[in-house]
Design a protein around this ligand. Structure first.
Ligand SMILES: Cc1cc2nc3c(=O)[nH]c(=O)nc-3n(C[C@H](O)[C@H](O)[C@H](O)COP(=O)(O)O)c2cc1C
Length: 227
């Protein structure tokens, strides 16, 4: 049976990172409902490590402006969110992503300024009317970050089932201090990532990127199962 026969499978498959949004507003009730279902995510000993700042209108704009300034002044250290050097198999996929993404934007890989401008679009939440910033108590260990990933995936899937789109964005983690100051984040917390939420501009070429995935046989080993 094709897995798209299953409703949830088809919603999961319909998710993609959207980077051009229509300006259409997202209703507060939709966001509350999305978070309400997302909070059913499992977490280690039910510790529920998530804390979410939902931003729209002036609040979203003020943060975007502050981040745009920080991004342009270039004074902040590069966020090391991947090991350097990145092992080959990951590096090849990362390069493939870069080629597809910057190719769709018509940006030459060597054009550092144009790439930096494109990165800056992250901080405008790619034009989405609504942005979210996720924080976590910095004392928690990597297993709690795993809980967080489940919560964030729930948000993205619940958004899709309402016809909404998302882009999860680690880029925000680069500007911890700027965000902490603007959102009055608790001292013990750090930014996990941000997320854009809205309705995709379906005419945008950038939104038509189809990032490939490795087939199951490349990442799973089976033992003791019938043929
Ligand atoms: C934790 C995480 C952080 C990400 N950070 C960014 C980001 O900062 N900016 C961005 O444009 N995309 C970001 N993405 C989106 C990925 O590039 C995207 O999920 C990946 O290329 C696969 O494409 P797809 O989601 O459209 O299938 C992030 C995704 C995840 C899961």
């Amino acid at each position: 049976m094709n897995s798209d026969t299953y409703l949830v499978d088809s919603v999961i498959r319909s998710r993609k990172a959207v980077r051009v949004f229509r300006p259409d507003a997202v209703s507060k009730q939709d966001v509350i409902d999305i978070l309400d279902v997302a909070r059913t995510a499992p977490s280690n000993s039910n510790t529920q490590p998530w804390r979410v700042h939902v931003l729209a209108g002036g609040a979203r704009q003020q943060l975007s402006d502050a981040l745009a300034r920080a991004h342009t002044d270039g004074a902040h250290p590069q966020l090391q969110h991947m090991p350097d050097p990145l092992p080959d198999s990951y590096r090849l996929r990362q390069e493939d992503f870069g080629a597809r993404y910057y190719g769709a934007l018509g940006i030459d890989k060597a054009d550092v300024d144009a790439r930096s401008q494109a990165t800056g679009r992250n901080f405008e939440f790619f034009g989405a009317p609504l942005g979210m910033i996720f924080t976590i108590d910095a004392q928690l260990k990597k297993y709690s970050w795993l809980d967080y990933g489940l919560f964030i995936q729930n948000i993205m899937i619940a958004a899709r089932s309402r016809g909404l789109d998302t882009c999860p964005q680690v880029s925000f983690a680069r500007y911890q201090e700027v965000i902490a100051k603007h959102l009055d984040i608790e001292a013990a917390h750090e930014v996990v990532c941000g997320m854009s939420l809205g309705y995709a501009d379906e005419d945008s070429v950038v939104n038509r990127l189809e990032l490939p995935r490795e087939p199951v046989v490349r990442f799973a080993r089976f033992a003791g199962l019938d043929a």
